[in-house]
Structure formats: structure tokens, C-alpha cells
Design a protein around this ligand. Sequence first.
Ligand SMILES: NC(=O)c1ccc[n+]([C@@H]2O[C@H](COP(=O)([O-])OP(=O)(O)OC[C@H]3O[C@@H](n4cnc5c(N)ncnc54)[C@H](OP(=O)(O)O)[C@@H]3O)[C@@H](O)[C@H]2O)c1
Length: 164
Amino acid sequence: MKVSLIVAKAENNVIGKNNDLVWKLSDDLKHFKRTTLGQHLIMGRKTFESMGKPLPNRTSIVVTRKENYTVPEGHYCVQSLDQAFSLGKKLGLEKVFIAGGGEIYKMALPQVDEMVITEVKAKPQGDTFFPELDWENWKETQREHFEQSEKNEYSFDIAFYKRK
Ligand SMILES: NC(=O)c1ccc[n+]([C@@H]2O[C@H](COP(=O)([O-])OP(=O)(O)OC[C@H]3O[C@@H](n4cnc5c(N)ncnc54)[C@H](OP(=O)(O)O)[C@@H]3O)[C@@H](O)[C@H]2O)c1
């Protein structure tokens, strides 16, 4: 089972503030949807709650230490990242996406095979960060640029990386 990570991060590694995103990037949301449709997304309980409800046509695997946490039918709740990976294997998945937030990215990174990073050209204030990476371990395979526009508050690149 391949482990892919998807994130939108700023130049200062900010990914969120007050349990929400810190930008309006319409083209990035479209990219996120395109990339993750039909897929299983592993996410922390805080990220799951920040979305209000599960993303349509995707399966959420929510990581929490809470014992009686419930999620809507068709989604899963697990109590560790290991349990999330075991579940993915049990379901016979070819791929799972690590979809945040900060705590889950940090915990999952050693096991991530590939990353899809929206690199936002901004340094916003925030309270949640993507971890520092050792870029020596990663090879960029593809990159696309999006200009700032009415739809996109900042310019950004969408970059793909594979672990070397
Ligand atoms: N820019 C992006 O691409 C992006 C993507 C996703 C999220 N975000 C942002 O990131 C922020 C949320 O991130 P966050 O770091 O605060 O929270 P998070 O990673 O979404 O969730 C943290 C929660 O995960 C559970 N957890 C963490 N470690 C665990 C472990 N070892 N075992 C079991 N459960 C564990 C705990 O849930 P319990 O407290 O229930 O035990 C913890 O409170 C928001 O601002 C969101 O908008 C940004």
C-alpha cells in the first residue's frame, strides 16, 4: 500500500490557524478534489472536525485518542496511525492519503512514499505548521504554477515529490 501525503503549505510552513485554512485558493481546492476523489484519507480528529462533515466521495479514516468517538457510516475511526495503516491494508487499498493536520503529518512522515505539496507563495500568520523536511531525501518529479488571481488569493506551485 502506497502512502501519499497531500498538503498546502506556506513558505513559513504554516498550514492552518484556529483550526481552519488561512487562504482562499480555488484552483488548489479543485486540485485537492481531483487528486483525492474515490480515495481514503487519513486525518487527525481536529482536521476532520474543521471540515464539518466528511468530504463527499472520499472515505475518512479519523485518528483520535478518544475511545467513544463516532464518525458517519462509511467512514472509520482509529486510535493510532498504525491502526489506520492496518485498516488500509485490511481493506486492500492500493494507496492512502495522509491529509493532515500538523500532528498527523509529523507522525506519518517517516512512512510517506510520495508527497503532493501546494507551495503557497506567502508567509501568513498561523498556529499549525508542516514539519521541517530533509529535502535530501526527496526528488521532485513534477511542478505546475498557478498565478494569483481573483480565484487564488496567492500564487502557488503544486509540486510532486517521491522519496529517493
Ligand atoms: N493546509 C493544509 O493542507 C491542511 C490540511 C489539513 C489540515 N490543515 C489545518 O491543520 C490544522 C489542524 O491540525 P492539528 O495539528 O491542530 O490537528 P490534527 O493533526 O488534524 O489532529 C490532531 C488530533 O489527532 C489525534 N492524534 C494526534 N496524535 C495521535 C496519536 N498518536 N494517537 C491517536 N490520536 C492522535 C488527536 O485527537 P484527539 O484530540 O481526538 O485525541 C489530536 O488532537 C487546522 O488548522 C487545519 O485547517 C491544513
